[in-house]
Design a protein around this ligand. Structure first.
Ligand SMILES: Nc1ncnc2c1ncn2[C@@H]1O[C@H](COP(=O)(O)OP(=O)(O)OP(=O)(O)O)[C@@H](O)[C@H]1O
Length: 229
């Protein structure tokens, strides 16, 4: 379980005068389930990249359990992420040539943590996302099946926070609902904080807190009485 606090965050990109993300203050309690919504280009992926340490914080502070990740080097952020974050990104980062099961297990194997219990959990998670062929090679899978492998991998090591970017985007209604069930069940089981960027109203409405971004700013937050536009 990780608590998040963002203070005075400003994210800029080369070639643009206006920042792409400005968040003066955001607090997310440990174990909270947060949906990040907003139109295309509103800053959702930028926020998730910052929160997961994929992108460096250059202005402001991003504190996880009161520890700021902004000063960490890239390798420091990689280590922090491997220990704490279950990440589901839009482009999955799966490895062709490996089976579904091997992809799910890879981060645990790299960390020297792939024991019998982890192997059993990998099988269980693949079954729960509806994949019955753990030995199928990744490159032969459909996009929706790959999405489910990426989700199983993210949940394997009971991360303190699960961060998912459009986790139901490639899925039909039924598979999307199953993935929503799984994310919520696993987050509850492991008491993980859950942060999901999504356009999918069926998923968004199941999360207890909803934050809406427009042009890189928070314009609605159902947990806040006042929101700066
Ligand atoms: N490296 C970059 N250079 C220029 N512009 C960038 C860069 N990275 C992000 N942006 C811009 O920042 C804005 C926010 O992008 P972001 O990907 O966070 O949006 P999003 O809400 O996730 O959109 P989508 O729903 O389409 O994925 C967009 O206008 C994007 O074009």
């Amino acid at each position: 379980m990780l608590t998040l606090s963002i203070e005075n965050l400003v994210v800029r990109v080369p070639d643009l005068q206006q920042p792409v993300l400005v968040i003066d203050r955001l607090d997310v309690a440990a174990g909270q389930h947060l949906a990040v919504t907003g139109g295309s280009g509103s800053g959702k992926s930028t926020l998730l990249n910052i929160l997961s340490g994929l992108e460096r914080v250059r202005e402001g502070r991003v504190l996880w359990n009161a520890s700021d990740i902004a000063p960490l080097s890239e390798s420091g952020r990689d280590r922090w992420r491997a220990r704490n974050v279950g990440l589901v990104m839009q482009d999955f980062h799966l490895f062709p040539g490996l089976t579904a099961l091997a992809n799910v297990l890879l981060p645990a194997r790299l960390a020297g943590a792939a024991d019998a219990a982890i192997l059993a959990r990998a099988h269980d998670l693949l079954a729960r996302v509806g994949l019955s062929r753990p030995d199928q090679r990744i490159e032969t899978m459909s996009r929706g099946e790959m999405q489910r492998v990426a989700i199983a991998r993210a949940l394997l090591r009971r991360p303190g926070v699960i961060i998912a970017d459009e986790p139901t985007a490639s899925l039909d209604v039924e598979s999307g609902a199953a993935v929503g069930d799984l994310l919520l069940e696993v987050a509850a089981e492991t008491r993980s904080t859950l942060i999901v960027a999504s356009h999918d109203p069926r998923l968004v409405e199941r999360l207890d807190r909803r934050l809406s971004l427009a042009a890189g700013r928070i314009v609605a937050d159902n947990a806040a009485s006042e929101v700066a536009a």
